[in-house]
Design a protein around this ligand. Structure first.
Ligand code: SIN
Length: 529
């Protein structure tokens, strides 16, 4: 990866010039409108900075979050023995040795304060009959500590509140970030595609909050915009990404033979309320695998399902939620998704399979979203703070997005306040390797899903090595190039991790190797991009 000082950008083959580009200025540009992006934008705006928010598509992963936000309430507001220590311990256990304990503690301890910000923006959470917030449990949590809204529509409520609060901000729809612009080692803006064609927003602070990468795979719980853009933007700028081999597969995505793209999530909170996983013969799927049974951390449950499917040759297992009281009222989102698929969850078993759900790794940051490049920040699923390690604990993602997003917005505002003027650099749309989407998704699904092997990863690498160059002149081109770059990073990290740990399972290296208890940081040259 070479940087061209003349262009101030990072494209390997871009020509300088671009006189037809539109140009604007802001103090802070935020890429993404989920919980991390809008929390960041609101924090920067509150500090008096001019903020532009780029929205690629309307849908966010935040909107589709069901379970809730894991948060330790102050002692006077709870009747459980929960504590920050207990939440930290559960997070570290799920993370399988790769969390950064200081980062986890910093984020968990700030959770309640961050949730009160959200309440200040208008979010309302479900209450128990006794008063106070109703708390549920999900996989890997030893306590009831998940707050939720509208039953299983927590993300929709969080997004609604944030969208309302952000109505006063400058949010640009149909704006796709194509490249980060760097000038002398600091950020100077973003190259963007919009309905008005390509343009540049010059800014001393840029926050990547683009969400995940689920569309690396044929089926995912993620919205259509989750194409790994943030990780790719960072890598195209020559920056480090960490832990990208750890893609979490949610154990229970609604199964429908042959369906691809975004698929409905069947929230883990159902198991928190007593639903059980069974195979086609009614046998428990998780019996004997983990002391927490169906509420074991996600990697354990997803692996148990995969093992059962391999053993039986069946296409799916089933979630039996029939014993849950008032299921349609408590879980309206799940109920509606099942009914749309012709399944009545009150009377019938719900067919489920593991589905690509969450990227535990991402752009390497501290707990304030700061990256190695001055003025560049990242937060939410696109970032790797050390919170999730090798496997994210359920409902820790909205928490992290909220806490670190807000902090990143504050840090970005402070950086912008003290930065000198950004230079107006030349820029042009770059060309990058891009495997056609369907081919890439097929290869990723076959070779880099829940279980990986060295041979499969070598086959994947061959496809990536043959990627043709594509000029990034449409959103689809940018996304395909981003997916290809991220797949390259994932393939490199996955090949290098010759062990099984957290949500990374190698059939050819089934054991955890204590000597590999470290996060892997890739720089673009190592990832072969
Ligand atoms: C779920 O509701 O099961 C998903 C929550 C999460 O991904 O944290």
């Amino acid at each position: 990866m070479t940087r061209s000082p003349a262009c101030g950008g990072s494209s390997p083959i871009a020509a300088c010039g671009g006189s037809n580009l539109w140009r604007q200025r802001a103090d802070v540009v935020v890429i993404g409108t989920g919980v991390a992006g809008l929390a960041a934008a609101l924090a920067a705006h509150r500090r008096g900075r001019t903020v532009v928010v780029l929205s690629k598509v309307g849908d966010t992963a935040t909107f589709y979050a069901q379970g809730g936000i894991a948060v330790v309430l102050p002692e006077s507001f709870r009747d459980t023995d929960d504590s920050v220590d207990a939440h930290v311990a559960d997070t570290l256990a799920a993370g399988a040795g790769l969390c950064d304990p200081d980062a986890v503690r910093s984020i968990v301890a700030d959770g309640y304060r961050a949730v009160t910000d959200l309440v200040g923006w208008g979010a309302r959470f479900d209450e128990s009959a006794a008063g106070g917030w109703a708390l549920t449990r999900e996989g890997g949590h030893t306590r009831h500590r998940i707050i939720h809204a509208g039953g299983d529509a927590t993300g929709a409520e969080v997004q609604r509140a944030l969208d309302d609060a952000a109505a006063r901000l400058d949010v640009r729809h149909n704006h796709v970030a194509v490249d980060l612009m760097l000038d002398d080692g600091t950020v100077s803006g973003v190259l963007v595609l919009s309905d008005d064609g390509p343009g540049v927003i010059h800014a001393p602070s840029v926050i990547i909050a683009t969400g995940g990468l689920g569309h690396l795979y044929q089926a995912t719980t993620n919205p259509e915009g989750s194409t790994g853009d943030g990780i790719a933007l960072a890598m195209w700028a020559g920056m480090a990404v960490s832990d990208v081999e750890f893609v979490q597969f949610h154990p229970t995505m609604l199964f429908d033979p042959g369906s691809t793209g975004r698929r409905p999530l069947i929230t883990e909170a159902l198991r928190g309320e007593g639903a059980v996983l069974v195979d086609a013969h009614g046998q428990s799927v998780t019996a004997g695998t983990h002391p927490m049974g169906d509420l074991a951390p996600r990697d354990v449950v997803a692996a148990a399902i995969e093992a059962r499917l391999t053993q039986t040759g069946d296409a799916c297992v089933f979630l039996d939620a029939r014993a849950i009281d008032r299921l349609p009222e408590r879980f309206p989102t799940v109920t509606a998704a099942c009914l749309r698929a012709g399944i009545d969850p009150v009377r019938e078993l719900i067919p489920v399979v593991p589905g690509a759900h969450y990227s535990c790794g991402g752009v390497a940051t501290d707990v304030h979203g700061r990256t190695e490049v001055a003025g560049l920040f990242a937060a939410g699923e696109a970032a790797r703070t050390g919170m999730h390690g090798a496997n994210r604990l359920a409902s820790n993602s909205l928490l992290e997005g909220l806490v670190v997003g807000g902090r990143a917005g504050t840090a970005a505002a402070e950086h912008a306040a003290h930065a000198g003027p950004t230079r107006v650099a030349a820029a042009a749309l770059p060309a990058r390797p891009a495997v056609p989407r369907a081919e890439l998704q097929r290869a990723m699904t076959t070779h880099a899903s829940v279980t990986r092997t060295g041979d499969g990863l070598a086959a994947l690498q061959e496809i990536l090595d043959g990627a043709p160059m594509r000029r990034l002149s449409r959103r689809r081109d940018v996304e395909d190039a981003a997916l290809t770059t991220v797949a390259g990073a994932l393939a490199a990290a996955t090949r290098a991790r010759t062990e099984s740990r957290g949500c990374h399972h190698r059939a050819d290296f089934p054991d955890t190797d204590p000597a590999q208890a470290f996060s892997r940081t890739l720089v673009p040259e190592v990832a072969g991009t």
